[in-house]
Design a protein around this ligand. Structure first.
Ligand code: TEU
Length: 542
């Protein structure tokens, strides 16, 4: 495949509101990111992804934008943003921004105009439908609400929202709207950013036919509709191809064949994607399923398009809690999951705090949660008459606040995140899981990440190598090779709480092997044929 900087890169996601608070208002901010750039750089990171910091009423933590050209006060201002971009470039990193153009806030002036009357020129910038028999136009649900339609009493029509009621969807059929978005993208690219993470980008086109869904709970009708590829090709022609920009699309509800249409290098749409076959469809660890997903995406994109690897982000529970062991084997498990993400094919993403093995948070009552998805779901279920405690418990594992608690810098109050009251509670385990402690311990999860990242820089096999799963049916061991230009790496992962015996498959038995990295100290292991709980090893085959 063609060599590209964003294929070789490691991306670090900064959820700025929980990263570092420089002014004591309880929210992290862009100045705080500037203060911590040396830390990010020290890991060996190439690209920072910043979650949205545009002007916003903040009902969905910045994903409800009311002005695309302003910086939210909590985050800072345009001058600080420009300083941040400069500083990031000065230390040799790049920065990509969230692009949220499926919807705006209901407080965006475009929507205020659109809703003001049926003949307002901006009416057509959103999606309006008449009631059907006095009710919603159809039975579709939205991500965050029981219906994707909300009645606007002033004009008697319903507007369409894929997410919360406060996030009306834009109408991408309207060419004026599209041009306005392209203009806005150029504005930020001209200010020096290096690309975009594109929020639910495959939701832009809607179905032509708004008839009822057979199963309204399968909300895949919101995505991948006819016209989407025309919009993305137009966006590429109008904006992206004029910059050396990296684009990663958030693309739920796709098979590899559908995903390829977005990232096929001959089609000029996006560079790479996040598919959600793991994050949305695999609630807890499932070895066979994970292996099938990896193989099918590898086969589906091979030689044509580029994948991304991640196991958590600001929407998905921290990986060591959800997919690993965050108790007795927390450190080993965090290192094993990292080994996997950084040696599977695709660009790896690290979500802040993952590199010190931060765990999911658990609060005591729904009032302590801020996540709009969780709160809305809780109220919907309780209103149906279900037991509140049972509903609450059922939402804990996947609450988005699991991963949104503040970054742990040290063992000082509030984990050194803020001098004020944090906007969301700090995970109490910051006393022993924090950056300061990690930096003092040569065996920490942090130093393991640092080594993994440097391996990617020095060994093209990790980036461009072919992938082969050697034990597709094993429930505990994940064993695969990456091969490139005569070099072969063998990755051996014991994703279980028990010791496992292991035999090198086939011809690998006779070959020489050099251990490149492992999460157990050399010498303390049990020899090559016994793997400790959560042991990870990477060998170069001679
Ligand atoms: O997320 C889309 C979303 O709903 C995810 O939670 C989902 O799990 C998966 O990513 C896609 O199926 C994006 C943002 O990341 C999220 O924070 C926003 O709330 C949402 O869009 C609306 O903008």
């Amino acid at each position: 495949m063609k060599k590209r900087w964003w294929k070789e890169a490691v991306v670090y996601q900064v959820y700025w509101r929980s990263f570092y608070d420089s002014d004591g208002d309880g929210y992290g901010d862009l100045k705080g990111v500037i203060e911590k750039l040396d830390y990010i750089k020290s890991l060996g990171i190439d690209v920072i992804w910043l979650n949205p910091f545009y002007e916003s009423p903040d009902r969905d933590n910045g994903y409800d934008i009311s002005d695309y050209y302003r910086v939210m006060e909590k985050a800072g201002d345009m001058a600080v943003f420009q300083e941040l971009v400069r500083e990031i470039h000065n230390v040799g990193m790049k920065v990509i921004m969230d692009l949220v153009v499926n919807h705006t806030s209901d407080q965006h002036p475009w929507f205020l105009e659109s809703r003001s009357s049926k003949d307002n020129p901006k009416r057509d910038w959103y999606i309006w439908e008449d009631p059907k028999e006095g009710k919603e136009p159809n039975n579709w649900r939205s991500y965050f609400a029981p219906s994707c339609w909300e009645l606007d009493p002033a004009t008697g029509q319903y507007y369409y929202h894929s997410f919360a009621v406060e996030q009306p969807d834009l109408n991408w059929k309207n060419p004026d709207l599209r041009n306005e978005i392209y203009k806005m993208m150029r504005f930020w690219l001209d200010r020096g950013i290096d690309g975009f993470r594109m929020d639910v980008i495959n939701l832009l086109a809607k179905r032509e036919d708004f008839s009822d869904a057979e199963n309204p709970y399968d909300i895949s009708y919101l995505a991948n509709n006819p016209g989407i590829h025309d919009y993305l090709q137009e966006m590429n022609r109008e904006v992206l191809q004029h910059y050396d920009a990296m684009t990663v699309g958030e693309i739920p509800f796709v098979t590899p064949a559908e995903g390829l249409l977005y990232v096929d290098e001959d089609r000029n749409e996006l560079n790479t994607l996040f598919h959600f076959q793991v994050a949305d469809e695999m609630p807890t660890w499932d070895m066979s399923r994970f292996k099938r997903i990896q193989s099918s995406w590898y086969d589906g994109l091979k030689g044509k398009g580029w994948n991304s690897q991640f196991l958590n982000n600001h929407d998905h529970t921290r990986q060591v809690t959800r997919y690993g062991n965050d108790g007795q084997y927390r450190e080993q498990s965090a290192k094993l999951l990292a080994t996997m993400v950084h040696t599977l094919p695709g660009t790896p993403y690290i979500y802040q705090g993952e590199e010190i093995g931060m765990t999911g948070a658990r609060f005591d009552s729904i009032e302590e949660y801020n996540d709009i998805a969780m709160r809305n779901k809780y109220h919907e279920e309780v209103a149906k008459g279900r037991d509140p405690k049972e509903v609450f418990e059922s939402l804990l594992l996947l609450s988005r606040d699991n991963s949104r608690t503040p970054m742990h810098w040290n063992d000082a109050p509030q984990a050194g995140f803020t001098n004020g009251e944090p906007w969301i509670k700090v995970n109490p385990n910051y006393k022993h899981i924090n950056v300061e402690a990690a930096l003092k311990d040569q065996d920490s999860v942090y130093y393991y990440y640092k080594k993994l990242i440097s391996l990617r820089k020095e060994n093209e096999v990790v980036v461009y190598g072919d992938y082969q799963d050697l034990l597709p049916d094993d429930q505990n061991l994940y064993v695969y090779t990456r091969s490139y230009n005569g070099t072969t790496w063998l990755i051996v992962l014991n994703h279980s709480d028990e010791q496992q015996t292991f035999t090198f498959p086939g011809e690998l038995q006779q070959k020489g092997k050099q251990l490149i990295i492992s999460n157990y100290k050399p010498g303390t292991g049990n020899g090559e044929n016994l793997l400790d709980p959560h042991e990870a090893r990477v060998y170069q085959i001679e």
